[in-house]
Design a protein around this ligand. Structure first.
Ligand SMILES: NC(=O)c1ccc[n+]([C@@H]2O[C@H](COP(=O)([O-])OP(=O)(O)OC[C@H]3O[C@@H](n4cnc5c(N)ncnc54)[C@H](OP(=O)(O)O)[C@@H]3O)[C@@H](O)[C@H]2O)c1
Length: 317
């Protein structure tokens, strides 16, 4: 019985490995548009695809980011300034892409731009705090996708949406996990709709990586600001000790982060270049070995694991 099971698993992985090795042809003719290329995964992916010979159209939030990227890449790579929360900016970027790709269409759209702050216990936040994150991570991603979809359909290309393991398990309050759950839901419906047109949609679900979204300094500053402006009742219920423990836990955040960002960008590259891309890519060992299995556990067990690692409010029963 165990032998049959091992043989079946071996065969399954062998067939999968063979299927996933097949790469699409004419890569140097293909255009890929990436958002959030100033830093982190977006910047590395732009450099990686440029080095592989693809025509990269890199969207940066700032001119400084765009200039830095151009300095590190070939003349093939072109940049545009894009703020995904501004509809005019998204429409202008879509027109800019259209002028470049012409009748060939857009082979790849990588929705990577994202922010992680303000984040904290839900009661410390305002509706505007939720809106800030949802506007970039979810509504911005949807706006960019809707504007570029006709071009992607023309090329029978790929949409690669950057979600997170926080789109599978909601560990903390605020808009971040909600935005990533939203990215998963949007990508699932989009994948089913676009399959009729030969367009493939993939999601990237990284664990913790050392980039600006996980900057300890930014988190600590943001927590302190949220605490300072919290209502007296909230402060009383949580207590200063909670804030201290919360801060201490955050101090260790960067130690938990993987430094090798290529574990994520290699998944993005595979989603763009393989004949048979995966629907979901778990990037990083923490994602594969801890958070992904955790997402399949009953809520009771996940709750227990989250309580175990969290500070308790002063007035907890
Ligand atoms: N790092 C992780 O552990 C991790 C884990 C799971 C998922 N992710 C996701 O991965 C994606 C990339 O993040 P990262 O880790 O590479 O962090 P990052 O270095 O901060 O990259 C995010 C990029 O998005 C840009 N951006 C921010 N607001 C924008 C806006 N309104 N319009 C356009 N661009 C905007 C940033 O520009 P500036 O640099 O100019 O601010 C930056 O280039 C995000 O969607 C993030 O949620 C990250």
């Amino acid at each position: 019985m165990w032998l049959y099971l091992a043989a079946f698993l071996g065969l399954f992985y062998l067939v999968r490995w063979y299927r996933e090795r097949q790469i699409v042809s004419h890569l140097p003719d293909k255009y890929v548009f990436i958002t959030g290329c100033d830093s982190g995964f977006g910047k590395l992916l732009a450099r990686q695809l440029d080095a592989r010979g693809l025509k990269v159209l890199a969207a940066c939030l700032t001119e400084k980011g765009a200039e830095e990227l151009r300095d590190q890449t070939s003349d093939r790579l072109e940049t545009v300034i894009l703020n995904v929360t501004k509809t005019e900016s998204v429409a202008a970027a879509a027109q800019w892409v259209k002028e470049r790709v012409e009748d060939r269409g857009l082979w790849g759209l990588v929705n990577n731009a994202g922010i992680s702050l303000p984040t904290g216990p839900n009661e410390w936040l305002t509706k505007e705090d939720f809106v800030t994150i949802l506007d970039v991570n979810l509504l911005g991603l949807i706006d960019v996708t809707l504007n570029l979809l006709p071009l992607v359909r023309k090329a029978r290309g790929r949409v690669v949406n950057v979600s997170s393991i926080a789109g599978r398990v909601s560990f903390f309050g605020g808009g971040y996990c909600i935005s990533k759950y939203g990215v998963e839901a949007f990508s699932d419906s989009l994948r089913r709709e676009l399959s009729y047109f030969g367009v493939k949609v993939s999601m990237i679900e990284p664990g913790h990586f050392k980039t600006a979204v996980n900057s300890k300094e930014r988190f600590l500053k943001s927590f302190q600001e949220l605490w300072d402006r919290a209502k007296p009742e909230v402060k009383q219920v949580y207590g200063e000790k909670f804030l201290e423990s919360y801060m201490k836990k955050t101090e260790n955040l960067e130690q938990k982060c993987t430094e090798d960002l290529s574990l994520v960008t290699n998944c993005m590259e595979h989603a763009l270049t393989a004949h048979h891309p995966r629907t979901r890519y778990s990037a990083g060992w923490d994602a594969k070995l801890l958070y992904l299995p955790m997402s399949y556990l009953p809520s009771l067990l996940v709750d227990a694991m989250v309580y175990w690692g969290s500070p308790r409010p002063a007035k907890a029963l």
